[in-house]
Design a protein around this ligand. Sequence first.
Ligand code: ATP
Ligand code: MG
Length: 263
Amino acid sequence: MIEVRNLYHAYRGENYVLKGINFSMGKEIVALVGPNGSGKTTLAKHFNGLLKPTKGSVKIDGLDTREHTVAELSRLVGYVFQNPEHMFFEESVFKEVAFGPKNLEKSEDEIRKRVSWALKSVGLEGYEERAPYSLSGGEKQRLAIACVLSMKPKYLILDEPTTGLDAKAEKRVVETIRSLKDNGHGILLITHDMNLVLELAERVVLLYKGEKVYDGPVEPFFDIALERYSLETPELLKLAKKLGVSFVRSTDELIASISGGVL
Ligand SMILES: Nc1ncnc2c1ncn2[C@@H]1O[C@H](COP(=O)(O)OP(=O)(O)OP(=O)(O)O)[C@@H](O)[C@H]1O
Ligand SMILES: [Mg+2]
C-alpha cells in the first residue's frame, strides 16, 4: 500500500503547495487529475522519496520515505517523469533499458528477457542499438516508460505518459497499463486527458490548489462540474447524456445501451 497521512509540502520555505493530503492506494489504477499547478507532480514525487514531507508522512508497504533512500524506494515505486528527455545517459536503447534490472543484479538472461518485454510493450522493438538522444519526442517518452517497466516495480507512477504519443503508441501504453494491473501492480496515472480517465481508471483523485477535493469511483467523478477545474467532460459522455444514457466507458457500450446490442 501507498499510504499518505496529512501530507503538507512547501518548496524551500515557500507557501504550502500540498495541504493536508490523505490518500492510500493498492493494486489498482488510480487517475490523479487537476489543473496545472494543483500539486499532482509534487504529490507523486513523494512516493519514491524524491521529495520528503514538510509535515505528515508517506509510507510505501510500511516503509517511511523519510527513512529510506530514493534508490531503495525505486525498487518498489517506478516513476516515469513528465519530461523524460534529460534522463537518458547510456549510449544505446538496450543499455538504457537494461540499466535498472542490472542494478537489481538480475542474471544476463533475465535482463535480456526484461528488456525485450519492456521494449515490446511500448512498441520499440528493433530500436535496441539506437542512441537514446536520436529518438523522436514520442519515442523518448516510450523509452522512459520501458526503462521503468524493466524494473517491474510494484507501483508505477506515470506522469502524463501519453502526451505526445500517436494513437497507436497510446493504445499500446493503455494495454500495458491494463496488463500490469492484472499482474498485481498498482498504477498512478497523472493525466489531463479525461478520455484516458474514462477508458482506464478504476478510481479518480482530483487535486485543486494543493487539496484533495474528490477521491472515488469514475462515474460520480464525471458528474462534477469539471470546467471549474479546467478539465473537460469527454464528448462521449456528453453525447450519452443527450441520448438519455447516464454513463458509459466506450462507444461500443453506448451503442449497446441504446440499441440493446442490435447494431
Ligand atoms: N521545484 C519547485 N520549486 C518551487 N515551486 C515549485 C517547484 N515545483 C513545483 N512548484 C510549485 O508547486 C505547485 C504545484 O506544482 P506541480 O508541479 O506539483 O503541479 P502539477 O499539478 O503537476 O501541474 P501540471 O499539470 O502543470 O504538471 C505549483 O505552484 C508550482 O509552481
Ligand atoms: Mg505535473
